[in-house]
Design a binder for this molecule. Sequence first.
Ligand code: FES
Length: 184
Amino acid sequence: MPTRRQLLERWWLLPVGATVATFGYMGYYASRVTFGKVKPGTPEFVAGPAVRVAALSELGEVWAQREFVYDNRACTLIRLPAATQGSLDVSGQHYAAFSRICTHLGCLVNLVRDEEVLAFSFNYRPPGGTPQLGCPCHFSVFDPLKAGEAVFGKARAPLPRVRLLVRGADVWATGIEPAPKLGT
Ligand code: FES
């Protein structure tokens, strides 16, 4: 049993240990959010009811966007300049839809079109300067052209994708990927 004097001589071990543990955890966390991001794979849609989202004519421009709700989840439909995994391709036009619920802690992401806003507010400059889905809570960034991959920030999992189809002149949602566990 150490004496009181021996304990007092070793008191400095407490702050040193706490500092080492804190920096160790910070290093672990930083490497996890930097190198541990999950790539979107082949979509695994869970079928749901068909819900009309928008008329194709409402998406006349590349990067036009319509927000909607599917499976009680806020979602966004975006016309993209190129195809991505899980996108709907119609007559040379490309559309993709994603859940807007950030996979970090569940805030709603928004389409951020301004490259300077992305650089200044999110500390992320996208290759090619393309719009990104950004989370206002802790500034995670998801790339619609990479199938919703979390490309920057604390979020690791991609945004779940929504299955789309065209009926007549409208875009419909018919399924969505399961929501990942938040914070994973
Ligand atoms: Fe979106 Fe934290 S909730 S980054």
